[in-house]
Design a protein around this ligand. Structure first.
Ligand SMILES: Nc1ncnc2c1ncn2[C@@H]1O[C@H](COP(=O)(O)OP(=O)(O)OP(=O)(O)O)[C@@H](O)[C@H]1O
Ligand SMILES: [Mg+2]
Length: 313
């Protein structure tokens, strides 16, 4: 949940931490949600100390209320990354936001990866050109991070392709556990580097192949949930944008509308502030639809994918 060890909490020595871990309380969240009575029993502590530890864990996790004005101040730091298409940017009221998770979902070839790569380039643009002037972390689960394609997109924007590639930390995730680990590692990279965007392309494919069968669904959803929490925390603490891609599965039970739904169900849906459904249109045209945004109207934008990357149709 957090990179703080139990030992970092005031009043928790190595002995107490060990007792807690033995009893199954190994994360800050499990401590933060305990009662002082339970904690003092499990860890053999006085009530007062137990209370102090719980308070510290809660503060560390930032679980309390916040004033609307603080929330507003946070939002004022929020920036946006352009998608290189005015229609697409308009749909999102300016582009992909920092401090939030944005999900691109759609069938194969719908341009999820193209959007992800374009954003990895555009995040590096100066702010007045719709970028963040910051670096990128790219977690690649399908081996679709193609440097040549990034070069192409960078050149189209008169950016130095070598610099652009230099500012992207790419890691290939070999399975879902590895992907989760890379999410945690992203934190270390972000301590030492100025990162404005984290991409996970694709969020769900490894989970889908590692957890097959109905019996494993709950496990899969729990792991996925944890992974999304890590990403959301990085987005908040570093004022970074998080972009994830997601495939769709056909949903033959649905009679009206588009009979497809995103993998990962409500876990991924609820964790993403912005969900963009991409579908193919004629030739190189694609349609983006903003789905379920808490404060922007639903709508659609048509864009195209060319050698230059994403563009207005
Ligand atoms: N260099 C290029 N020039 C023009 N169009 C390109 C180029 N590279 C990719 N495309 C377009 O992008 C499409 C592929 O989109 P993309 O790889 O983003 O799909 P995806 O949604 O990620 O699919 P998947 O689910 O398979 O990962 C191609 O069909 C092609 O139309
Ligand atoms: Mg792809």
């Amino acid at each position: 949940m957090s990179d703080t060890d139990l030992e970092d909490l005031p009043g928790v020595g190595s002995k107490t931490a060990e007792k807690l871990r033995d009893a199954g309380y190994d994360g800050l969240m499990s401590i933060a949600t305990m009662s002082a009575a339970d904690l003092s029993e499990v860890a053999d502590l006085g009530n007062k100390t137990a209370n102090k530890i719980i308070q510290a864990a809660r503060e560390e996790l930032d679980l309390g209320f916040q004033k609307g004005s603080d929330k507003m101040a946070e939002r004022e730091n929020m920036s946006k990354i352009t998608l290189s298409s005015t229609k697409f940017d308009d749909l999102l009221d300016g582009g992909v936001e920092t401090q939030s998770i944005t999900e691109f979902y759609g069938e194969f070839g719908s341009a999820k990866t193209q959007c992800a790569l374009q954003l990895a380039v555009n995040a590096q643009l100066p702010e007045e050109e719709g970028g963040l002037d910051q670096g990128v972390i790219f977690i690649d689960t399908e081996d679709t991070f193609i440097p040549e394609r990034v070069e192409q997109m960078a050149e189209a924007k008169n950016m130095d392709p070598d610099d652009v590639l230099d500012n992207i930390f790419v890691a290939r995730a070999y399975n879902s556990d590895h992907q989760i680990l890379l999410g945690d590692k992203a934190q270390d990279i972000m301590k030492d580097n100025d990162i404005g965007l984290i991409v996970v392309d694709s969020l769900t494919s490894q989970f889908r192949s590692d957890y097959v069968g109905r019996g494993q669904l709950a496990d899969r959803q729990q792991k996925l949930n944890e992974h999304m929490h890590t990403l959301q925390r990085l987005a908040n603490t570093h004022n970074a944008a998080v972009v994830v891609t997601n495939q769709v599965m056909s949903n033959p039970g649905q009679l009206f509308g588009d009979p497809t739904s995103a993998i990962g169900g409500h876990i991924v849906g609820h964790a993403s502030a912005f969900r963009i459904y991409l579908r193919k249109s004629k030739k190189n045209k694609r349609i983006a639809r903003l789905v379920d945004c808490p404060y922007l109207p639903e709508g659609e934008a048509v864009f195209q994918v060319t050698e230059n990357g994403i563009e207005d149709a």
